[in-house]
Design a protein. Structure first.
Length: 303
């Protein structure tokens, strides 16, 4: 599923494919301002109209109603950093689009999505299921250690899971993501760390060749090997390379409302996260494809 290319929906003659984007820009109330590129004034819309097409197989046609039916009575939880919150908001939007009555999804505590809060539970009562987000930057325990001068240094206890792990219990589908905080690598476009000099403004097409697309990080090979040897059924949602194509999908300078953007240097761009609708929708389509291809995961009986 992860070896393929991006196909523009405008040029797509496959009548079995749903229209792209899966929800119209500006229509989903769960998109954080940082990802609401169209509402923030981004003038082009081509970045919303691409779908991922594997070379050796065909993805099941995406059906949000069927997705909700497969989640009936279950908990889907995304655990990770702001990348996973990006994906979490996408998940809420594509599932909400299938509801005839949009009020039939709500946050159980009445919270509005914001960067400051690290736990959300959204209920779809007609399907008795929840879609949840738990913030955990590293998945392992963060702490502080004092040095000889009495100054505090942040540490990671890699043999202990994060303090939020108690919330993970009893979830039926857990989606973990933590790569961004571990690597702090260059932006997808290059030219500096995220939000401090990287440049991706003006990009309107994916990259179909080049160093970023053609390379595959060694850390990903290691992750594949470790997961392959695990006894508990874990699937690697291997979106690293397919995501690297999409230099056009970042918020860049459109991660904030126009009136706020005027006060910020154009050199300060978000070339790490993703506009919504956009690339994270494809990640969630791949989760759906995994559930369709394995309708009754063995892990559901073992929880």
């Amino acid at each position: 599923m992860y070896d393929g290319t991006w196909v523009r929906a405008d040029d797509d003659d496959d009548e079995e494919e749903p229209a792209r984007p899966l929800y119209a820009p500006g229509t989903c109330p769960y998109v954080d301002e940082a990802y609401a590129c169209a509402s923030n004034g981004r003038p082009d819309a081509g970045y919303t109209r691409w779908r991922w097409a594997p070379r050796a197989c065909r993805l099941p046609r995406f059906n949000a109603t069927d997705f909700l039916s497969r989640l009936r009575g279950r908990r889907l939880m995304l655990v990770g950093d702001s990348m996973n919150r990006n994906q979490f908001e996408s998940m809420l939007c594509i599932l909400r689009a299938a509801l005839p009555d949009k009020s039939r999804v709500f946050e159980t505590h009445g919270y509005r999505i914001s960067k400051g809060r690290g736990y959300f539970v959204f209920k779809f009562p007609d399907y008795d299921c929840t879609v949840e987000f738990v913030r955990s930057h590293f998945l392992v325990r963060e702490g502080v250690r004092l040095n000889r001068q009495g100054n505090s240094n942040p540490i990671l206890q890699i043999d202990r899971v994060d303090k939020t792990a108690g919330r993970w219990k009893k979830a039926d589908v857990l989606v973990f993501n933590t790569g961004h905080w571990w690597t702090h690598g260059k932006t997808a476009r290059g030219g500096g760390e995220w939000d401090s000099g990287g440049s991706c403004s003006g990009e309107t097409e994916p990259a179909f060749k080049g160093a970023v697309v053609d390379s595959y990080p060694e850390k990903m090979r290691i992750a594949e090997e470790v997961i392959r040897e695990m006894g508990f059924p874990v699937r690697l949602l291997n979106v690293t390379r397919l995501t690297s194509f999409r230099k056009d999908g970042h918020p860049s300078v459109y991660g904030m409302a126009p009136e706020r953007r005027r006060k910020v240097s154009k050199r300060k761009q978000d070339c790490s996260h993703w506009c919504l609708p956009g690339v994270p929708d494809a990640w969630n389509e791949l989760i759906y494809a995994s559930l369709v291809l394995e309708p009754n995961p063995s892990s559901w009986e073992r929880r």
